[in-house]
Design a protein around this ligand. Structure first.
Ligand code: ADP
Ligand code: AMP
Length: 217
């Protein structure tokens, strides 16, 4: 299964990616996670990406594409993968085609998580991320047992710099202007499968797995 997840920031892509990747035994490749790991590691890539991320803008395509090309070339991605956060514009989608073509493969399906604007804003404002394992929690919808502490690894939870209201507004504009055209793009290629991403996390996971299994058969 070679799969892309698409949907606005806060739709639940990272949350669902964990379960979907586990179900289909494929690696989860999140460009946001890779950028954040580079930011905390203080690498040159992290220093460059941070400026764009903090502003809620996309990191330039040349940088992002090169990073994804490297990652898709790793052995664990040879039999399938789940991409979370890439592509994020039509130019990146064409670049993904070219990467997969060079690897002798192609994309199977694009899963869109559909969530209304108001819900996305609520999900982002309450999101808390573990500094250690990267797991995402929510203050109201999926709170950790102890405030500020990850149940999974006891790591410290923090609010992402790009989850503060001003930046969230801008990221949603960026999604609408630059990323949402991907929906039509993949519909026209008959690769898009859409699910309603409202409701309990487990229910959304069940819907996603059912839709992907149907698309594959
Ligand atoms: P994305 O990766 O699309 O930006 P996340 O997976 O990080 O989104 O989810 C954003 C926030 O919403 C997180 O705090 C997460 O815990 C919460 N969340 C995810 N799925 C659901 C859901 N089905 N219902 C309620 N909250 C959710
Ligand atoms: P995410 O974790 O998916 O919400 O991504 C966080 C931030 O990382 C985005 O707001 C962008 O600044 C950057 N980013 C992640 N994926 C991409 C991408 N495919 N293209 C450009 N920038 C990206």
């Amino acid at each position: 299964m070679r799969l892309v997840l698409v949907g606005p920031p806060g739709a639940g892509k990272g949350t669902q990616a964990e379960f979907i990747a586990e179900n289909f035994t494929i690696p989860k490749i999140s460009t946001g996670d890779i950028f954040r790991a580079n930011v905390s590691g203080g690498t040159d890539l992290g220093k460059l990406a941070k400026k764009f991320m903090d502003a809620g803008d996309l990191v330039p395509d040349e940088v992002t594409n090169a990073m994804v090309r490297d990652r898709l070339g790793e052995p664990d991605a040879s039999d399938g993968f789940l991409l979370d956060g890439f592509p994020r514009n039509v130019a990146q989608a064409y670049e993904l085609d070219s990467m997969l073509n060079d690897l002798g493969s192609s994309l199977d399906v694009v899963l869109e998580l559909e969530v209304e604007h108001e819900e996305v804003v609520k999900r982002l404002s309450g999101r808390r991320t573990c500094r250690n394992c990267g797991h995402v929690w929510h203050l109201e919808y999926d709170p950790p047992t102890v405030v500020g502490v990850c149940d999974r690894c006891s790591g410290e939870l923090y609010q992402r710099d790009d989850d503060f209201p001003e930046t969230v507004r801008h990221r949603l504009e960026v999604y609408s202007a630059q990323t949402s055209p991907l929906i039509e793009f993949y519909i026209s290629r008959k690769q898009l499968v859409r699910i309603d991403a409202l409701g309990a996390v487990e229910d959304v996971t069940d819907r996603a797995i059912a839709a992907l299994s149907a698309a594959r058969s």
